[in-house]
Ligand binder design. Structure first.
Ligand SMILES: Cc1cc2nc3c(=O)[nH]c(=O)nc-3n(C[C@H](O)[C@H](O)[C@H](O)COP(=O)(O)O)c2cc1C
Length: 406
């Protein structure tokens, strides 16, 4: 039952992982004031590297410091000092781990308070009921903006390779910019970047081509894609299948399948349409539907906390098991699974306001990440309300710091 934890795996790029367990991306909000990685992030990643996962994917790193998913995030641009990024990769490699940088552009999912750019495929704002005002109103991107974004993705990927990372993952899920282009709900353009799925996927494909040209063939390149947006009329399973078919010949190391967006947080196990997600491994059923088209390894992330679930994911033909929250609660979960079936508890908030619940659940995870970044172990018991309040206060402070830097 636990043999899979010692089974190594070589990806198409030649990158060999000690096992198929992957720490999925979690935005850490722990950057230094200049948006560079520093000792708190190094301490956190050292702890994860010792925890035994075959691959660590960083929280999303921004390709543009003026378009950030959060005020404490990391940005890697043409002029960024590379030394801190080298240290980040090194602290994982010296512990025997592998590290891939997730790279992202938020598009319209930026907080209004932060300022900076809010770009999207079209000028469709987020619709989150009474919370909609938290987000900036986006403007539709021009052809020049689109070309700038493609260039930025390739520069960030190239610099990540220079810094010693094992690869990059392009974030095209969770309602961020590339997902906004993919979804007919947010992309109502009538030019070559909108309309048919082929047109809506064009930006993702152009980004991949540009990244491929800027890095070496053995640098791992993967994409995080929604299996569906879980919104009526949004990007759906058949679209995901078609996009995977488009990616088949583009040298992908693996495709990570997730789902949802800020409007429909399926990655937290909640959908905004009629579909109910599984209690564990939320997207496994969708991932297995992709197996007949995908010629690259697939990974699924969401709701995996138990060894038996991880084993079931692999038995279904999916090659990589993505775990996020459970590795914030139990950073050495893979090592523990070698010994016994340890089910990591993942605390979830349950307030009447579902948006607040989602924020509190994220806040509890981030509180654990902060503890680890201080060199401490995560707390076994953690409360949602205190976590939410301290998280909001901290985000307000980081937002002021970010605005000063702007
Ligand atoms: C605090 C937090 C931050 C996250 N940041 C990112 C991110 O930067 N990029 C990303 O692709 N997913 C991000 N996620 C989503 C996770 O990668 C994952 O898809 C989701 O949490 C479901 O997996 P889990 O049930 O194992 O937590 C984040 C999740 C949490 C809890």
């Amino acid at each position: 039952m636990n043999e899979f934890i010692s089974q190594s795996l070589t990806l198409p790029s030649g990158l060999t992982l000690a096992n198929p367990i992957v720490k999925a991306a979690m935005e850490e909000n722990l950057a230094e004031a200049n948006r560079l990685p520093g000792p708190p992030l190094f301490r956190l990643y050292e702890q994860w590297a010792q925890g035994g996962a075959g691959l660590l994917i960083t929280g999303n790193v921004m390709i543009d410091r003026l378009a950030m998913t959060g005020p404490g995030g990391v940005a890697l641009e043409a002029g960024s000092d590379l030394e801190p990024f080298k240290n980040w990769a090194r602290c994982v490699h010296t512990k025997g781990g592998k590290i891939v940088m997730q790279i992202n552009h938020p598009g319209r999912q930026v907080f209004a308070k932060m300022g900076g750019k809010a770009w999207s495929a079209s000028d469709v704002p987020l619709s989150m009921g009474k919370h909609s005002g938290l987000f900036a109103k986006p403007r539709a991107m021009s052809e020049t903006d689109i070309q700038e974004v493609i260039e930025r993705f390739s520069v960030t990927a190239w610099r990540a390779e220079q810094a010693g990372f094992d690869g990059v993952q392009i974030h095209a899920a969770h309602g961020y910019l590339l997902a906004q282009f993919l979804s007919p709900l947010t992309n109502v353009r009538q030019d070559r970047w909108g309309g048919s799925l082929e047109n809506r996927a064009r930006l993702l494909l152009e980004v991949i081509k540009a990244v491929k040209q800027s890095v070496s063939p053995e640098f791992s390149l993967s994409v995080k894609l929604n299996s569906a947006d879980f919104q009526r009329g949004g990007f759906d399973v058949k679209d995901a299948k078609a996009v995977i078919a488009m990616l088949n010949d583009m040298g992908m190391d693996f495709i990570e399948l997730s789902g949802g967006s800020y409007e429909a947080p399926a990655m937290q196990g909640r959908s905004a349409d009629d579909r109910t997600l599984a209690r564990e491994a939320y997207f496994l059923e969708f991932a297995t539907q992709m197996l007949d088209v995908a010629r690259m390894p697939l990974m699924t992330t969401g709701g995996i906390t138990q060894r038996a679930t991880a084993a079931a994911v692999l038995a279904s033909g999916v090659s990589l098991v993505g775990i996020a929250s459970a590795l914030a609660q139990t950073p050495d979960l893979p090592v523990r699974w070698l010994q016994d079936e340890y089910a990591s508890p993942v605390p979830k908030a349950d307030f009447r306001d579902k948006t607040l619940s989602g924020l509190a659940t994220m806040a509890m995870v981030r509180r654990q990440l902060r503890r680890m970044s201080d060199g401490k172990l995560p707390k076994r018991q953690i409360g949602p309300l205190f976590s939410l309040i301290t998280d909001q206060l901290r985000l307000a402070r980081l937002t002021r710091r970010y605005r000063r830097a702007l």
